[in-house]
Design a protein around this ligand. Sequence first.
Ligand code: NAP
Ligand code: F7E
Length: 354
Amino acid sequence: MGKRALITGVTGQDGSYLTEFLHAKGYEVHGIIRRASLFNTERIDHLYRDPHLAGVKLRLHYGDLTDGTALRRVLEAVDPDEVYNLGAQSHVRVSFDIPEYTADVVAVGTLRLLDALRDHVTQSGRPVRYYQAGSSEMFGAAPPPQNERTVFYPRSPYGASKVAAHWFAVNYREAYGLFVCNGILFNHESPRRGETFVTRKITRAVGRISLGLQDKLYLGNLDAKRDWGFAGDYVETMWLMLQEEHPDDYVIATGEAHSVREFVERAFAEAGLDWRRHVEIDSSYFRPTEVDSLCGDASKAQRVLGWQPRVGFAELVRMMLKHDLDLARRERTLNGAGFEVPVGGAALAAGSGT
Ligand code: NAP
Ligand code: F7E
C-alpha cells in the first residue's frame, strides 16, 4: 500500500508540483480546495480523474484554513501519513490591504490545522508527519545571507503571520512530540507562478509585448533583490524533510541573489527587446515596508538532506518566458480568429497594485 498525503493549497503553484512529485513516489494525494464561483483547479486539472474510476490517485475535499471544523473532518476522513500545509494568502503586497484575513489564514489557520492534527494523532494512535510552508519573508530586514540561525524581522502582515505559524509549529513539536518540520523557502517560481508575482508578471508581459499584444509593463521597486529558484526543485525538499529520522527546520535557497531589474533585463533581452522602451515605474506597486535583500544559505539542507537546486537563474527566466511566449501566441491566434481572450487584467490592477 502506498502512503497517503493531505495537502492544503493543492491548487497553488507548489501544491501542483508537490502532487506530481508524490504521485511519482506512489502516494495517494488528497487536497483541500476552496469553494469558488469559477473553477480554481487549473494547475491540477491534468492530474485529476473521475473519482468513480478505479485507481484514482488524487482526491479533493472542500475546506478552508479559516474553518477548523472542516479541517478536522477532512483529517479524520483522509487519515494521512503526511500533511503538507501549503495553503495561504501568499501575496505580500495584498497582505497590507487585507492584514486581518492574511493573519487568520496564515497564522491562525496553521494553528487550527496543528491542533486538529494533535487530536487526530492522539485518537488514531497513528504517527503523522507535518510540513509547514515557511518563507524567507520571515527574515525581512535581517541582512543576507540568511540561514536557520538568523533572527526573524518580518516586514509585512504576511511575513509576521508566517513567523507566528513557524513558532506554532515549533511549539506543537516540543509540547506534543508531533513530527513537524518548517521549510523556510526562498522565492521559487515557475510557469505556474501566479501572474501577480513579479517574475511571472514580467515574463507574461514580455511574451505579450513581443507579439504586439501590449506595449507597457508597470512595475514598482526594481532594486529589491531576491534569491529565485525553481518551484519544481523546491517541492522535493518538503518531502525529504519528512523522511528524516527527526523533525527539524531547514532553509531552502539557491544562494544566488538578483535584483528585479536584472530579472527584467534578462527577460526582455531573451526576447530581443530593450526593456527601457517598455517598462514604467508605478509607485502604487511600492510596499509600505519593503524587504530589500534576500539571499539564502541552504548549507544545512545540502548537508543533511543531500539536496541541491538543479535550475539556475538564467534557465528559470528562459523556461518561464518560453511558456509565456506560447501563451501569447495562442492569444494572438485566437484574436485573429475573432475570439477575445480574457487575460485577467482586472485582477492585475486590483487594490493598490500587485
Ligand atoms: P499560491 O500559488 O499562492 O497558492 C496558495 C494556495 O493556498 C492556493 O491553493 C490557494 O487556493 C490556497 N489558499 C488560499 N487561501 C486559503 C484558505 N483560506 N484556505 C485554504 N487554502 C487557501 O502559493 P505557492 O507559491 O504555491 O506557495 C505555497 C506555500 O508556500 C504558501 O504557504 C506560501 O505562502 C509559501 N511560500 C511560497 C514561496 C514562493 O516563492 N512561492 C516562498 C516561501 C513560502 P486558491 O487556488 O483557491 O486561491
Ligand atoms: O515581489 C518587487 C517587490 O510579489 C518580489 C511570495 O511567494 O516570495 C513571494 O513574495 C519583489 C518585491 O514576491 C513589482 O516589491 C517590483 O521586492 O514577486 P513578489 P515576494 O514579495 O518576494 C516569498 C518568499 C513568499 O513567501 C511569498 O508568498 O519584486 N516588485 N515591482 C514587484 N512585485 C510585484 N508583485 N509586482 C510588481 O509590479
